[in-house]
Design a protein around this ligand. Structure first.
Ligand code: ADP
Ligand code: MG
Length: 786
């Protein structure tokens, strides 16, 4: 075993002791036992190693006799000793990093001038977007080949990546239809294995009978015969290979690992020009490698420990720069008196609250207070209001609109679809009439003349609140005095879109509302520039929705159940993921289903279909009939996903639930259970759904908490999918992964916060500014205001 692996085991053992999984007597025995497995080659490489090891083991030799308190102390010290040994033996020494002298290579010049590149290879590198020499170094390895550990073929284990050294006995090329399969047999004297390449005939150029190769890949068990490795990395060698860890890069045909490694190695000294921009204090606090060290080690690590540390540093710096940029912009807007300082007495909103049939929840009042303080402040509001479906966000938005109105300003509320705009328009018009707020609507389906009329009224100030889609801000709509923009169901809009909004609508107050609770990692990236108000508490008197999973063969029971509910005057949704028959997926189309349900199953109940391709007019009419209970069953595609408020709807049936993200399912579930009536969400599980998918759905069914659902969903699907693939507004990080690196992200946020607090203009950190501009370019601009 490698020394590095030994240290990992020691760490595990010490943890085991501290967590009472290992007794004090077993601890020393275990450490001693594993020490004996350390590869003797390691001692040759590191002459000092033996001394360190003896000391370390001696520290635990009397362990058993010590009082418990001192044992714990020693175990804790063990971690420090391990760290020390890692620093001594597993990291590239400083002298080696400092020795990287910049020679004549200019990092900014075209990659074709890089050593070992030239015109032809430059063209290949362009395919990866590598244009400049310095970008070469950002072509990070996708993996490593560990030549410190060469495994004899006799001790291979399936499905574990290894490097072996073996002689090529023979190879053959087979053609099957469009495929070319190259198979080689290799042996190291202890055993034989097969290597296979598919459609990579060029590999034969490198195959020579009788030559020795280093081969890296994942052995698979073959039911009979020897192990097989598919598409291994191979390199011909003469003599003993050097003990080292080599990078494995993503390649394109025409480049080999060998060439790519040589190119990187020859140009690595470019990083002598890389300047550190993270303050020393942070590097120490977070025990991060320096920039040069990380860049060198990510390509040529001395240990896997070091390659991890290198990646950690590079992820951290990405997250840190991003967070600094967000907080910088936030501080810029906050610190300047750019917004409108609104005079709010609060009489109107008080009257509005008193006129309601319900009392606002504490969370609603708290959110409202936070918003009101922002409206009064001289800096523009940038706030997100998050809360589960039905938690009463719209009510809070209405209060904000009323305050804004009282102060003498207009509001605009944007929602994702026209249907929702129309619905919200009706609701607001009805509810805000008591307090004298005039509500308008502007959507594409209105007649041109009507649109013109509304625009005129807006410009004259005859409309106080306008409802519409995003086009409200994009098109040339003029306001008399816009003071508040509200974006509903906003998880579709990212940092960049908000930026557009802020610059268009001057520096008005902005409130974004989301019904998909945002897990903290995302809140800090996609929404890191916003203040957050959260409604966790649901209005009283709601019965939690019961979620059930049923299989297809119980549909008749389901239909009977729906019938019972309808008999009570309750309504039902049937949701389908698509509207047209998909050849590949074999999905039941919503249209077909609607037909079937209305003709065969519920001919007496009134079934209607709603889908995304209908005109706004049609959609609105269908919704009206459903609301008035002229129809009792609404079959729909996911267009109704957001915002529809039908208190008497109690059953939500979702077909092919595996096709939806959990956050989306949660939204759908929120369409029922909007009153004290007992409500149900029924997921119909079809045959052939994978066990992972079924598992995911069971997790969903087990909780009603939107925050939990969001966390699960984010972990399972990743941030891009979670946010919705289109326009998710997430930054593209090269190295960082906000789920895997969530801890780094929290640290980066904390550190960025301190930095910006101490130096809001980044006066003492010009390199950070430079680096942000360079990395994020157009994706996030540093706001410059007078
Ligand atoms: P959201 O926008 O968060 O999905 P809404 O604001 O649309 O939720 O509220 C859902 C329903 O609950 C509406 O019918 C609303 O009138 C009602 N509601 C809002 N706040 C309360 C409350 N504090 N108590 C009782 N009902 C409420
Ligand atoms: Mg809402």
């Amino acid at each position: 075993m490698l020394f590095e692996e030994f240290l990992d085991i020691c760490e595990e053992q010490l943890k085991g002791f501290l967590e009472n999984r290992i007794t004090s007597s077993a601890l020393f025995d275990e450490l001693n036992r594993f020490a004996r497995y350390i590869d003797t080659e390691e001692f040759k490489c590191f002459p000092d190693l033996r001394n360190y090891l003896v000391q370390f083991l001696r520290y635990y030799s009397v362990f058993q006799k010590l009082p418990h308190q001192r044992q714990r102390k020693r175990a804790e010290n063990g971690f420090k000793m391990i760290d020390k040994m890692r620093n001594v033996f597993l990291l590239t020494p400083n002298e080696e990093i400092e020795a990287l002298k910049q020679n004549t290579i200019n990092p900014e010049s075209s990659v074709k001038f890089a050593k070992g590149v030239g015109e032809n290879r430059a063209k290949l590198l362009h395919k990866f977007g590598i244009e400049k020499i310095k970008e070469l170094l950002w072509w990070l390895p996708r993996d490593y080949e560990d030549r410190r550990k060469i495994i004899p073929l006799s001790s291979l284990r399936p499905d574990e990546k290894v490097t072996i050294m073996a002689e090529l006995l023979n190879y053959s090329i087979k053609r099957v239809k469009d495929y070319v399969i190259v198979t080689a047999v290799v042996s190291d004297g202890f055993g034989q294995i097969l290597l296979k390449w598919f459609n990579q005939e060029y590999i034969t150029r490198y195959l020579k009978k009788g030559s020795k190769y280093l081969i890296t890949g994942i052995p698979k068990k073959n039911s009979f015969g020897p192990y097989e490795i598919n598409t291994p990395e191979i390199e011909e060698i003469t003599g003993e290979p050097k003990r080292e860890i080599l990078p494995v890069y993503s390649l394109t045909s025409g480049l080999t690992q060998r060439i790519m490694r040589r190119i990187i190695r020859k140009n690595i000294s470019v990083l002598a020009t890389f300047r550190e921009f993270i303050p020393q204090s942070i590097l120490e606090k977070r025990s991060l490698l320096s920039r040069k060290h990380a860049m060198l080690a990510v390509h040529f690590p001395k240990s896997l420990y070091e390659s991890n540390k290198a990646r950690e540093r590079l992820s951290y710096e990405e997250l840190f720069l991003f967070e600094v940029a967000l907080l910088y912009n936030k501080a810029k807007l906050k610190n300047k008196d750019l917004g409108i300082s609104k005079k709010i007495v609060g009489d109107l909103s008080k009257r509005f609250i008193e006129s309601q049939s319900f009392k606002p929840t504490n969370d609603q009042l708290k959110a409202f207070e936070e918003i009101r303080n922002d409206l009064k402040a001289s800096s523009p509001m940038n706030r997100m209001l998050q809360g589960d479906v039905g938690s009463g966000k719209t009510f809070v938005a209405e209060l904000a609109i009323i305050d804004n109105f009282e102060a003498g300003y207009q509001s605009a509320m944007m929602v994702p679809t026209s249907v929702l705009a129309i619905q919200q328009y009706e609701k607001l018009k009805r509810e805000l009439a008591h307090v004298g707020v005039k509500v308008g609507l502007l959507v594409g389906s209105m007649k041109k003349s009507e649109q013109e009329q509304v625009k005129r009224q807006l410009a004259l100030g005859e409309i106080d609140v306008i409802l519409g889609t995003h086009a409200l801000i994009q098109e040339n709509v003029n306001f008399k005095n816009l003071g508040l923009v509200i974006v509903d169901e906003q998880h579709r809009f990212g940092v960049k879109q908000r930026e557009a909004l802020m610059t268009k609508g001057a520096l008005v107050d902005t409130l974004v509302m989301t019904a998909t609770p945002i897990p903290r990692t995302l809140a800090l990236t996609a929404y890191g520039d916003l203040d957050v108000s959260t409604i966790r508490e649901m209005p009283p008197g709601r019965t939690p929705v019961r979620t059930m999973i049923i299989t297809e063969n119980r549909l008749s029971e389901l239909y009977a159940f729906v019938r019972e509910e309808v008999a009570l005057g309750h309504q039902c949704f049937f949701i389908y993921p698509l509207i047209e028959e998909s050849e590949v997926m074999d999905l039941k189309a919503a249209t077909e289903a609607a037909e079937f349900l209305s003709k065969e199953v519920f001919p007496d109940l009134g079934v209607e279909l709603l889908h995304g391709k209908m005109s706004d007019q049609e959609k609105t009419e269908i919704m009206q009939r459903f609301k008035k209970k002229e129809t009792m069953i609404l079959v729909s595609t996911s267009v109704i996903e957001v915002g529809i408020d039908i208190p008497t709807a109690t059953v939500m049936v979702i077909e092919h639930p595996e096709r939806f993200g959990l956050a989306q399912l949660h939204q759908l579930r929120g369409r029922v259970g909007r009153s004290a009536l007992k409500s149900y969400c029924i997921l119909v599980l079809n045959r052939g759904v994978s066990s992972e998918a079924a598992d995911r759905l069971r997790k969903f069914a087990s909780t009603n908490d939107g925050f939990k659902v969001a966390e699960i969903d984010l972990r399972l699907r990743g941030p891009g999918e979670f946010m919705g693939t289109r326009q998710h507004g997430l930054p593209d990080f090269k190295v960082a992964d906000i789920i895997r690196d969530s801890k780094l992200l929290f640290h980066a946020r904390e550190d960025a916060f301190e930095l910006i607090n101490a130096d809001p203009e980044l006066k003492d950190h010009p390199l950070i500014k430079e680096e942000i501009r360079e990395r994020f370019g157009e994706k996030i601009s540093l706001i410059e205001v007078g």
